[in-house]
Design a protein around this ligand. Structure first.
Ligand code: HEM
Ligand code: HEM
Length: 345
């Protein structure tokens, strides 16, 4: 055979090997991660109906749920912007800053529990929190109900969402409706999901190298499953505690929930889906550069000093975790009338 043909034979062998290698890699990868489903998952005890999802969307965008009538869920978890607010810590009631960075609501439905410390067991339980948090929406549970009852247009929307209930405007029903709406905020079809479901070309060569590093360096020990995270708790600083600028001593994370010493500085491992859209990073929001966040993870969680090139490749791989962003049409909210409770400063 001539030189060209020999080269062809080699290329053919290489491609076949690459194919077998690819099949193996995909098999391993499929065991570690799962694609985002294409439709909203059902919530136990809280069946979704179109009327309930529609009501949940109204409430998500409803600024009158806040004491000042100027803050809605969407103020801190902006749809169209990764489900976050792009702040280190959110600006809430009376221009106060909260203590932690706002995580995205996208795909939150797949996480084992809600909040950085997992103090709410699911979306439904979580949704009551911000309403009454003095530095978020600053209202009270009774006022939420008074406020909604004072907006005549909500009577019909709640009646449709909760047919057969005599007094459907309750805090519980507010939470349930918001939760079913949030369950629709999922981001399927990321390049990585297409790769997981068998499309080898969905990732380019650098993304594949990044994926291999992500697995081999050990990131996957914590960031795995459908959300590439969100499934477990771990100390921030397993091997080496980051400095007080990134991990200030005051916030002991999950310790506040369990009061167990071994839970000091333990946080829920965050999802890495859509991570390139959700800077700044960590519960303190102190790190704006994703590559720097990756390098910190290397040293704090794995005791590994990643080279710039390794961190860059992992960053490129993480870019393949951005899926189709939810497209949400803004709801038309029912108007206030003269008797509707007014905003308080
Ligand atoms: C956490 C939804 C209002 C700031 C969360 C989480 C969800 C959520 C699902 C947990 C996400 C996760 O753990 O991955 C909502 C809903 C709201 C609302 C449905 C309206 C009822 C707000 C507002 C602000 C805010 C108005 C800002 C003023 C935050 C912050 C966290 C958080 C800082 C993290 C708190 C912690 O972990 O301790 N929110 N949110 N949220 N949200 Fe909201
Ligand atoms: C946070 C990536 C290894 C546990 C993060 C964040 C990124 C990341 C980008 C910030 C997410 C956000 O703010 O939304 C990586 C990479 C790793 C790695 C690339 C491998 C080099 C690990 C390991 C563990 C872990 C092995 C568990 C032992 C956590 C925890 C946080 C986190 C608990 C939250 C820290 C906090 O803000 O309190 N990771 N991670 N990570 N990761 Fe990792």
């Amino acid at each position: 055979v001539g030189q060209d043909e020999a080269a062809d034979v080699d290329a053919g062998r290489f491609l076949r090997m690459d194919f077998r290698f690819h099949a193996m890699v995909v098999q391993v990868t499929q065991g570690l991660f799962k694609p985002i489903p294409i439709s909203a998952p059902p919530l136990p005890g809280n069946p979704a109906t179109p009327a309930k999802v529609a009501l949940g969307k109204m409430l998500y965008f409803e600024p009158r749920l806040s004491e000042s009538h100027s803050i809605s869920c969407n103020s801190c978890h902006m749809i169209g912007m990764g489900g976050v607010d792009l702040q280190e810590t959110s600006l809430g009631h009376r221009w106060q800053h909260g203590g932690r960075n706002a995580p995205t609501v996208y795909n939150a439905v797949f996480d084992v529990a809600q909040f950085w410390d997992g103090r709410a067991k699911d979306l439904e339980q979580q949704a009551g929190g911000p309403l009454v948090n003095p530095v978020e929406m600053g209202t009270t549970e009774t006022h939420v109900v008074e406020q909604l009852k004072g907006i005549p247009g909500y009577a019909g929307a709640f009646a449709k969402a909760y047919p057969g209930e005599s007094d459907p405007i309750t805090l519980d029903n507010v939470r349930k409706a918001i939760a079913v709406f949030e369950a629709t905020l999922i981001t399927p079809h990321a390049p990585f999901d297409r790769y997981l479901t068998g499309n080898d070309k969905a990732l380019d060569a650098t993304q594949k190298e990044g994926l291999a590093l992500f697995i081999n360096k050990g990131c996957v020990a914590c960031h795995k499953g459908v959300n590439i995270g969100g499934g477990m708790y771990a100390p921030f600083g397993v091997v080496e505690r980051p400095g007080a600028d990134i991990l200030p001593p005051g916030d002991k994370g999950r310790f506040a929930v369990t009061k167990t010493v071994s839970d000091e500085y333990v946080f829920r491992v965050p999802s890495l889906r859509n991570i390139t859209l959700t800077a700044p990073y960590f519960h303190t929001g102190k790190v704006w550069d994703l590559r720097q966040a990756i390098a910190i993870m290397g040293s704090s969680q794995l005791g590994a000093k990643l080279t710039d090139d390794e961190a860059r490749k992992i960053e490129v791989f993480l870019g393949a975790l951005t899926g189709d962003q939810p497209i949400v049409t803004l709801p038309i909210l029912p108007p206030s009338v003269t008797t509707t409770p007014r905003p308080k400063p």
